[in-house]
Design a protein around this ligand. Structure first.
Ligand code: 8OZ
Length: 377
């Protein structure tokens, strides 16, 4: 029987285990640059024998317009590329692998974070009923998102180009691949869903129109760096960031059919409500994840199937037994840099401290204790 500690081939990525560190926003990148503290944090989690078989970075903005939170990193400038090299070097020095999550927040932003203090952009001029994080006097504060403006159709090729350039930049910075963030109510998800997309053009209305932007982004990224080092993250029924769709099942099966022929390394699926305890029915709607995978496979998809949301070891083993290839752990990796070693021996597990999730220094970031090395297998 396959275990979490067995190797896995995900497209062109040869992973030493099936334990993935999920993307985690930590708001510790002032100036949108990676830094030595971040390199230390990722390095702690990078050795596949004790940490992750694959690390997915925190969501990283593809452009200034794609920024929605204070002190999150970017990948649109050469200075950003140079800053990330210390992270990829640190991870590779531990024998680990790391892909960068590419992010455009769309309407989940604030004028204070946008170029020229302008309105955030979105498929339609509908304000998201959600909060973003600003740092006020160095402390994380949750504030309402700003009203967005609707993107003109002639602006979309420029955003697709930003994704393409960001993917090329990620490879130049030494990443092993990229994961396109199409989940959690951000720009790509805003296009997908009827609740945030009321466009009357080729990018709105019917499901195939709403999926057009996702398809163009994925085609550009795959053309730029190859499908075998490209992944995608989706969250079919999450209500995160005011995401809503009347018919998620046919919508996401259509998305899966588009992705099938693209030769992707992996598909990363958040089951239920993002951050909730794992329960397939916990989103606002029930969802048939087996049918989603079937749609992907039937369309020629061979990428690894990665699951996420509130998994522990028994649930993860069960998921592998049912055919999943990889399981991503988020909050457990915040508090347990040596999560694999702890899973292997059944714990104990440090408890993550929510107060230090978003913004701050080493506290709650690089200071979670490791097991005594004698107990690491
Ligand atoms: C928590 C806080 C800020 C951003 C996501 C990138 O939900 C995020 C995020 C999570 O995907």
């Amino acid at each position: 029987m396959t275990t979490l500690f067995d190797p896995c081939q995900a497209g062109g990525l040869h992973l030493a285990s099936r334990i993935v560190m999920a993307p985690l926003t930590r708001n510790r990148a002032p100036g949108a640059l990676a830094n030595a503290r971040m390199a230390a944090y990722y390095r702690q989690r990078a050795n596949p024998a004790t940490g992750a078989g694959l690390i997915v970075t925190e969501a990283t903005a593809i452009s200034h317009q794609g920024q929605g939170y204070a002190d999150v990193p970017g990948i649109w400038s050469q200075a950003q590329v140079a800053s990330w090299k210390q992270v990829t070097d640190a991870v590779h020095a531990e024998g680990g692998q790391i892909v960068m999550q590419l992010w455009h927040v769309g309407r989940v932003s604030h004028t204070s974070l946008q170029p020229g203090g302008g309105a955030p952009v979105a498929p339609s001029a509908l304000t998201a009923k959600t909060k973003t994080v600003l740092l006020i006097d160095g402390k994380a504060q949750f504030v309402d998102t700003s009203a967005p403006r609707a993107l003109q159709a002639n602006e979309l090729p420029g955003i697709v180009q930003d994704y393409r350039a960001a993917a090329a930049n990620a490879i130049a910075a030494g990443f092993d691949g990229v994961e396109v963030h199409a989940a959690n109510g951000y720009l790509i998800d805003q296009f997908l869903r009827s609740g945030s997309n009321q466009r009357g053009d080729a990018y709105g209305g019917a499901i195939d129109n709403r999926a057009r932007f996702l398809h163009e982004v994925m085609a550009a990224v795959v053309d730029e760096i190859g499908g075998d080092r490209t992944g995608i993250r989706i969250s079919p029924v999450t209500p995160a960031n005011d995401a809503h769709d009347d018919q998620p099942q046919p919508l996401f099966e259509h998305v899966a059919r588009l992705l099938g022929p693209m030769g992707l390394a992996y598909v990363h699926v958040i089951e239920g409500s993002t951050g909730a305890a794992r329960d397939h029915q916990q989103g606002p709607q029930a969802f048939d994840y087996a049918a989603l995978r079937q749609a992907y496979s039937s369309a020629g998809g061979h990428g690894a199937w990665m699951l996420n949301n509130g998994y522990d070891l028994p649930m993860a083993q069960q998921a592998l037994a049912e055919g999943a290839d990889l399981v991503a752990f988020g909050r457990p990796f915040i508090a347990n840099p040596d999560l694999a070693a702890r899973l292997r021996q059944g714990g104990p597990f440090n408890t993550p401290d929510r107060k230090t999730f978003y913004g701050g220094d080493d506290t709650g970031y690089t200071d979670y204790p490791f097991l005594p090395t004698s107990t690491v297998l």
